[in-house]
Design a protein around this ligand. Structure first.
Ligand code: ADP
Length: 299
């Protein structure tokens, strides 16, 4: 199974170019799609999930035309949208049963078995009779994955799943995603770099509607070898450092402000070389330091 996106573009009626000639090849496994808010991630996700139209370009899932043959795509698709509303007064088991019916599981015995297995798998069996309105953020997201997994989808799209989860819930959610299976394409859209570092062997960075980097995190990090520099700065210095130096990010570490810069050699006194990480890749790409590949395609 292979998802091929070619030259996908979308401009909203208000003139915002949300997707600008996006091309990507995505193979089974976890694929991370990183980008700042407003980059176009949700637009791309909704287009692939057959919920909105692109202006031009193509997307194919093996021999299926994703943009035209929507019914076939929907049978293979599991989708956890960013805004995932639930009926607060319905229990987890009832709601899953309802979704399973909508997905075409008409046999009640088979449906019951599917619902039980999914509740078990997402660690919600003990709360199957609880109303969804009382679920915590983490339980809700796990429920979201349970509904996305109904009918053994081959393409799973997960939009910003860990925003707002506490660390323990986030780990639990990661484990759940990691267990989905290797023959399934899982696209994880997020602005949280650590989610991609932890989970995704391939990824792309999207910014202002364009794919500005695609590949494997390890290779992308290797491209930054020797180019990332770190310095502690005083708060008063920060503004001038930002305007005069190639600063890509500012982090607080133990209450101190640490800036990281992208440069071929030390950008100024006090800078030490540091090992790059995926966050440096992300910020360098967004700042325009990493030249986009001629064809931004990840295998
Ligand atoms: P992301 O998911 O990366 O935050 P989105 O795809 O939601 O990005 O949005 C990309 C851009 O398109 C943003 O500038 C956003 O304001 C704009 N946008 C999103 N949806 C609409 C819409 N329905 N109408 C007009 N503009 C939109």
């Amino acid at each position: 199974m292979q998802l091929s996106i070619r030259n996908l573009s979308k401009r909203y009626a208000n003139g915002v170019q949300a997707l600008d000639n996006v091309s990507l090849d995505i193979a089974p496994g976890m694929f991370g799609r990183l980008g700042p808010n407003g980059a176009g991630k949700s637009t791309l996700m909704r287009t692939l999930a057959t919920l909105q139209e692109a202006d031009s370009g193509t997307a194919t899932l093996d021999d299926i035309d994703v943009l035209r043959d929507k019914d076939r795509v929907r049978r293979l698709l599991g989708y956890l949208p960013q805004e995932f509303g639930v009926y607060p007064k319905v229990t987890a088991a009832e709601m899953l049963d309802h979704f399973a019916r909508l997905k075409g599981l008409t046999n009640s015995k088979a449906r019951r078995a599917t619902v039980d297995a999914l509740l078990e798998r997402t660690n919600l069996a003990a709360v199957r009779k609880q109303k969804l309105g009382g679920f915590s953020g983490g339980m809700r997201q796990r429920f979201g994955i349970a509904q996305a997994l109904i009918g053994n989808p081959k393409l799973i799209i997960v939009d910003e799943p860990t925003a707002g989860l506490d660390p323990e819930e986030r780990v639990r959610f990661h484990n759940l995603l990691a267990d989905i299976g290797h023959d399934v394409i899982v696209i994880l859209s997020t602005h949280i770099v650590d989610d991609v570092s932890d989970l995704c062997p391939t990824f792309a960075v999207i910014s202002k509607g364009r794919v500005i980097l695609a590949g494997q995190p390890r290779e992308a990090i290797a491209r930054l070898g020797g180019k990332i520099w770190r310095r502690v700065v005083d708060r008063e210095e920060l503004a001038s450092a930002r305007s005069s130096l190639p600063i890509i990010s500012t982090r607080l570490q133990s209450g101190r402000t640490v800036v990281r810069a992208y440069a071929d050699s030390a950008p100024g006194p006090g800078f030490d070389p540091v090992e790059a990480d995926l966050e440096d890749v992300y910020f360098s790409a967004v700042a325009g330091h990493l030249a986009p590949e001629p064809t931004a395609v990840a295998a």
